[in-house]
Design a binder for this molecule. Structure first.
Ligand SMILES: [Zn+2]
Length: 140
């Protein structure tokens, strides 16, 4: 089987916990101590392939694992997230949710994908926001 997250060898090596619907893997290349992946057992590539129950189950497991890591490692914070598609940095094409504990002085830069550096922040005016909000309200 070519998918590493469906491969029994990966599961045997990296699995630290499992639920009915997910495996929790210790990251093979962790940036910080405790970095884990929550991986649906069903092979899906992207978040839109999960049904409502699978999505809810995954987030319950993310919360549960995060609570365990917090109690064990006492990090100062966490980064959480999915990468979907090569352009977004997905390298294993089986959906996986990253949980990265963060520590003071851990040397990992805050991701600027969703978060601008304070000196780069430019907030839209009401006039700039209004047409964008209208445009995107219309897609729902
Ligand atoms: Zn897979």
């Amino acid at each position: 089987m070519s998918c590493p997250f469906c491969n029994p060898e990966t599961i045997a090596k990296q699995k630290i916990f499992e639920t009915e619907n997910e495996y929790v893997f210790y990251n093979l290349s962790p940036k910080t101590k405790g970095q884990c992946l929550v991986v649906p057992k069903r092979h899906v590539e992207g978040v839109r392939e999960l049904d409502a129950e699978e999505s809810a189950s995954l987030m319950r497991t993310v919360g549960f694992v995060s609570e365990k890591l917090d109690g064990y490692l006492h990090p100062a914070g966490f980064n959480y997230g999915f990468n979907e598609g090569s352009i977004a940095g997905q390298t294993v094409f089986h959906l996986h949710f990253h949980i990265m504990p963060r520590y003071v002085g851990d040397g990992v830069e805050v991701s600027h994908i969703f978060h601008r550096k304070p000196e780069d922040k430019i907030f839209m005016t009401d006039e700039e926001m209004r047409p964008l909000a209208e445009e995107f309200r219309a897609i729902f």
